[in-house]
Design a protein around this ligand. Structure first.
Ligand SMILES: Nc1ncnc2c1ncn2[C@@H]1O[C@H](COP(=O)(O)OP(=O)(O)OP(=O)(O)O)[C@@H](O)[C@H]1O
Ligand SMILES: [Mg+2]
Length: 259
């Protein structure tokens, strides 16, 4: 492959974009859930997405991973448009790690098997190499000693950390988190947020839908506020939390910060 020469002019204004959404629209029947979404996420950037229930945050994440097809617009990951289907899609999807509210681990497989499966099937890794990588990642998220257990034998916080390790095992370019701590008991929330903070510090590009405003303040480079399928406001966490501009954001913040 020959390298494409990069001129000054070719460098996009946002710096070094990894995920680019342009004019993305999506309907569920009559409901216009994503409306003219333009969003560029830079390499190594941590973007926290917040907004009222039903505003389209999960749909946005699912669209980036193409778990949800869009009606119009463009989504590109690392310069490549998201393919509609097939082998290319599987490959591109593997570049996007996703962690959901419910951990979605395979119940009948051990923790180790959960973390090796995708590496072997999609990334075509050797079993030994996959297991080594899985053990390293499980250690990194603090559940190395649980490798031979089944998911049901772990706490919610441990299961979620396994889910993070499983996503990381694919060596993704970007990680999407959709309310990763909202199904957890309070005492387990921090252990998961801590793993995410560490990932952010290591330079992982992350999109995080969360109600954890402490995490947003301490780990996000940017807060994206959605309401009614639109991005209403984007700002640094300091700007957003101390001086939200839109009435929708002011209203939302007054509800979540004072309850
Ligand atoms: N598969 C679907 N079919 C029909 N409508 C859907 C579907 N998925 C989501 N919706 C609707 O689309 C809108 C946006 O949903 P979405 O799950 O993206 O919101 P959200 O911001 O993630 O909300 P929450 O904070 O409650 O998770 C909601 O009105 C929801 O009811
Ligand atoms: Mg959601």
């Amino acid at each position: 492959m020959t390298a494409v020469p990069v001129t000054e002019d070719a460098v996009p204004p946002a710096g070094n974009p990894l995920v680019v959404l342009e004019n993305v629209n999506k309907h569920f029947g009559a409901l216009h859930v994503l409306q003219d979404i333009d969003l560029t996420i830079g390499r190594g950037e941590v973007v926290v997405v917040i907004g009222p229930s039903g505003s389209g945050k999960s749909t946005l994440c699912r669209a980036i991973n193409r778990l949800e097809a869009i009606d119009s617009g463009r989504i590109a990951i690392d310069g490549k448009p998201l393919p509609a289907e097939g082998r290319e899609l599987a490959r591109l999807r593997a570049d996007v790690g996703m962690v959901f509210q419910s951990f979605n681990l395979f119940a009948h497989k051990t923790v180790l098997q959960n973390v090796t499966l995708g590496q072997i099937r999609v990334r075509k890794s050797e079993k030994n190499a996959a297991e080594q990588r899985a053990r390293d990642l499980l250690d990194r998220v603090g559940v190395g000693s649980q490798a031979d257990k089944y998911p049901a034998q772990l706490s919610g916080g441990q299961q979620q950390r396994v889910a993070i390790a499983r996503a990381l095992a694919m060596n993704p370019k970007v990680m999407l988190f959709d309310e990763p701590t909202s199904a957890l008991d309070p005492e387990m929330i921090n252990e998961v947020l801590e793993v995410m903070r560490q990932l952010a510090q290591e330079g992982m590009t992350m999109v995080v839908v969360t109600h954890e405003m402490g995490f947003a303040r301490s780990a996000a480079n940017r807060v994206v506020f959605m309401a009614d399928g639109r991005i209403v406001e984007q700002a640094t966490p300091e700007q957003f939390f101390s001086n939200p501009r839109s009435d929708r954001a002011k209203d939302f913040l007054s509800k979540i910060l004072h309850h």
